[in-house]
Design a protein around this ligand. Structure first.
Ligand code: GUN
Ligand code: ZN
Length: 429
């Protein structure tokens, strides 16, 4: 049965980094998204949609802004309970807070509790899909995919592999990393909305043998994404240089082991050498910008100019990032770009959090757009969710001015409703 979801709509027809941002999307103050069987049938002006779908049920969100659900392209769900841990830089922060917490995920009941808690937190923020690292424990992957399945969510995730420079409780070895990852991939990849991602944490915590084993697995399953971290902090880069004396640069530690390709997703990528930039563009890899994390852990300022040559997604990087919210993450992306003399337009911010991240995941046909055929994963934003935002947005001259205060100042109170595969998440609608 067809349902029309009514509100303001702002579908994108083009990449706002490739065309003038205001021309990338068309605003309709009274629009509708038609959905059926968990899929989007189309969108347009409400009268047109009523004519095209006579007899459709209607859910009216008034002047709420209907967008594709946010897509968070790099998170660590096991870090949910230790988000906002104070005062360390990357390597220290991993050793002090992250590894002890991740060690707890050998307990599958704990993994299930956090997986459910995490997905409920992000849904409340309007995020309907994530690409997550799990822990080295295969049960941590099952826990997340099971929790996602119970909520109908499309989730990308994989077992985080580490065989050195981590506590014994968090180390696997090249063979077990390969075997466990392969078994999980065969169990989950393509099962409903689950997508397996081959996940070496980063070069400092994998031996060359482990990187090669995972490179071999990727060569056997090129349909899967591969996610890892790249050039996040200067200390980390110096460490990589010591650990891999033969490598030309950080990217080469992946490239030399079969871990560079178009289905590769490289988190952070802040301090890149010219060769690394060129190679990433040449192979068509995707980078993920994690602005709240990059300021919180003190990593640096991502160069948004890279959108001209590579696909770039946007992410919270929970719990290195300081928020579960993609609204807060867009605000941080705006602020970080300002510090580099780049002013991101609201169209570019909204696109990064939806279609941009979906493209990074090679999933723009499934999530991140309002196009016909996509999953009906939607977020409806109240553009006047607090007195401070309301008094600003009433002055707005156009949709961009109306939405920008919510991007900069909004939080989960701005999320009026979320639909996952057409099913409303919040009670009462
Ligand atoms: N580099 C390797 N592991 C991590 C992690 O868990 N968080 C962040 N921000 N960077 C990493
Ligand atoms: Zn990360």
């Amino acid at each position: 049965m067809t349902t029309l979801i009514l509100g303001q709509i702002l579908p994108f027809a083009a990449d706002p980094f490739a065309v003038p941002p205001t021309q990338a999307a068309t605003h309709d103050a009274r629009g509708a998204v038609a959905i059926d069987g968990g899929r989007i049938l189309g969108q347009g002006a409400v009268d047109t949609m009523r004519t095209a779908h006579p007899g459709a049920t209607e859910i009216d969100h008034g002047d709420g802004l209907i967008l594709p659900g946010f897509v968070d392209a790099h998170v660590h769900y096991p870090q949910t309970a230790m988000i906002a841990s104070w005062g360390k830089r990357l390597i220290d922060w991993l050793n002090t807070y992250t590894f002890p917490e991740e060690s707890r995920f050998g307990d599958t009941a704990y993994a299930s509790e956090i997986a459910g808690r995490y997905l409920d937190l992000v849904l409340a923020c309007g995020t309907t899909s994530v690409a997550s690292y799990c822990t080295i424990h295969p049960g941590s992957v099952d826990a997340l995919f099971e929790a996602a399945q119970a909520r109908g969510m499309a989730v990308w995730a994989g077992k985080t592999c580490m065989d050195r420079n981590a506590p014994a409780t968090l180390r696997d070895d090249p063979q077990s990393a390969y075997d466990d990852s392969r078994a999980l991939l065969l169990r989950w990849h393509g099962k409903g909305r689950a997508r397996y991602v081959i996940t070496p944490r980063f070069s400092p915590t994998s031996t060359p043998d482990q990187l090669s084993a995972l490179g071999a697995l990727w060569a056997e399953h090129p349909e899967c994404l591969m996610q890892t971290h790249l050039s996040e902090q200067l200390d980390e880069i110096a460490w990589v240089r010591d650990l891999f004396p033969q490598a030309r640069d950080y990217l080469d530690t992946y490239e030399a082991h079969g871990l560079l390709g178009a289905n590769g997703l490289y988190g952070h990528a802040i301090h890149l050498e010219p060769r690394e930039r060129d190679r990433l563009a040449e192979v068509g890899a995707a980078l993920v910008h994690c602005p709240t994390s990059n300021t919180f852990i003190g990593s640096g300022l991502f160069d948004m100019g890279l959108t001209g040559t590579v696909r770039v997604g946007l992410a919270t990087d929970t719990g290195g990032g300081s928020s579960f919210s993609m609204l807060r993450t867009m605000a941080a992306a705006y602020e970080v770009a300002q510090l580099r003399g780049q002013a991101l337009h609201p169209a570019q911010l909204l696109w990064l959090a939806t279609e941009g991240s979906a493209r990074a995941l090679q999933a723009q046909d499934e999530v991140g757009t309002l196009a016909a055929g996509s999953a009906a994963d939607l977020v409806v934003l109240n553009l006047a969710s607090t007195p401070a935002i309301a008094q600003r947005s009433t002055r707005a001259g156009d949709i961009w001015e109306a939405v920008f205060p919510t991007i900069m100042m909004g939080d989960d109170r701005a999320v009026a409703q979320v639909y996952v595969a057409g099913r409303p998440v919040k009670a009462g609608d």
